[in-house]
Write a protein that binds this ligand. Structure first.
Ligand code: CP
Length: 315
């Protein structure tokens, strides 16, 4: 069992291996019957203590396309509501016979705790503001494959917005720099982490000073639930300074690309309609999420190291 809990735990070689494996999975997804028996007999449980659309559905789709059995845990209808602890929940599900936990939780570090309580592989689907490694993998995959490249060497990527609360930003900084990109963080001081001096990035407060010189603009969701902390004066002011407006899109390089992990706030960080951005990769991010999560599940759970199970369609 191989855990996938953070980008730093993976390192560059395993990241590159997973991106190459995702190419195999994308080929399977292009078949008339996108299903192989690679994980037949394996069971994957989705343990989501926070809401999700993309991550949860793409992991479940990925597991089924590899013929794994899936179990779905819903906090709202579980014994968590009777006071059952996270540890007891994990040990109970482990006793049923599962091979992987795909876990999302509001607290940083939960995937590491769970790994102490189960023999199954633990895959981090987002822990607090800490890590979202499969989002970073699918983002790296989307950029590299859109440019027929294996890594991000020579690219200048700006991550724009609410860095402070963003597990996507933390994972993407690690993944993008591991693959050779130059990364800029574009945000007001209030939406940066308290200390970023040790991050391998350049910090910029004036979005307009860099919008015409980057290869990729990675827009982050402004986490509106934080607004009562007074971190931005108003949504309108935030949009004016850090939103992607038609005027800013017009200033981007012709080959520049725009990404967003979703869910997006239209009219806040995405003032322009994404459908009108020629270089938008937003739909491709979602599509690639299935192939990348298939690669992660296969890499963590497959018995056959020669990948022969990927060749045969499931019957
Ligand atoms: N990008 C992302 O994690 O989206 P969900 O919250 O919908 O899974």
């Amino acid at each position: 069992m191989r855990h996938v809990r953070s980008i730093s735990e993976l390192g560059r070689d395993r990241i590159l291996g997973l991106l190459n494996l995702a190419d195999r999975m994308a080929e399977i997804n292009s078949r008339p019957v996108p299903k192989v028996p690679a994980l037949r007999g394996r069971t994957v449980v989705s343990l989501f203590y926070e809401d999700s659309t993309r991550t949860r559905l793409s992991f479940e789709t990925a597991a089924r396309r590899l013929s794994a059995d899936t179990m779905n845990f819903s906090v709202s209808s579980s014994s968590v509501n009777k006071g059952e602890s996270l540890r007891d929940t994990v040990e109970t599900i482990t006793d049923m016979g599962v091979d992987a936990f795909v876990v999302r939780h509001k607290s940083a570090g939960v995937p590491w705790q769970i790994a102490q309580w189960t023999t199954a592989a633990v895959i981090n689907a987002g822990d607090g503001a800490h890590q979202h490694p499969t989002q970073a993998l699918l983002d790296a995959y989307t950029i590299t494959r859109s440019r027929n490249s294996q890594d991000l060497a020579g690219l200048r990527v700006a991550i724009v917005g609410d860095i402070r609360h963003s597990r996507v930003a933390r994972s993407n900084v690690e993944a993008f720099t591991a693959l050779g990109a130059e990364v800029l963080l574009v945000a007001p001081p209030t939406l940066l982490p308290p200390v970023v001096s040790h991050w391998p990035v350049e910090v910029v407060h004036d979005f307009d000073s860099v919008v015409d010189s980057v290869d990729v603009l990675y827009m982050l969701r402004l986490q509106a639930e934080r607004m009562n902390q007074g971190l931005v004066p108003s949504l309108a002011e935030y949009s004016t300074h850090y939103g992607l407006t038609p005027r800013r899109v017009a200033r981007m390089s012709v080959d520049a690309q725009v990404m967003h992990p979703g869910p997006m706030n239209r009219g806040v960080e995405m003032v322009v309609d994404p459908a009108e951005i020629r270089g938008s990769l937003i739909h491709r991010q979602v599509t690639n999420g299935v192939a990348v999560r298939m690669a992660v599940l296969f890499d963590s759970l497959a018995v056959e190291p020669d990948h022969s199970a990927l060749r045969e369609e499931a019957r």
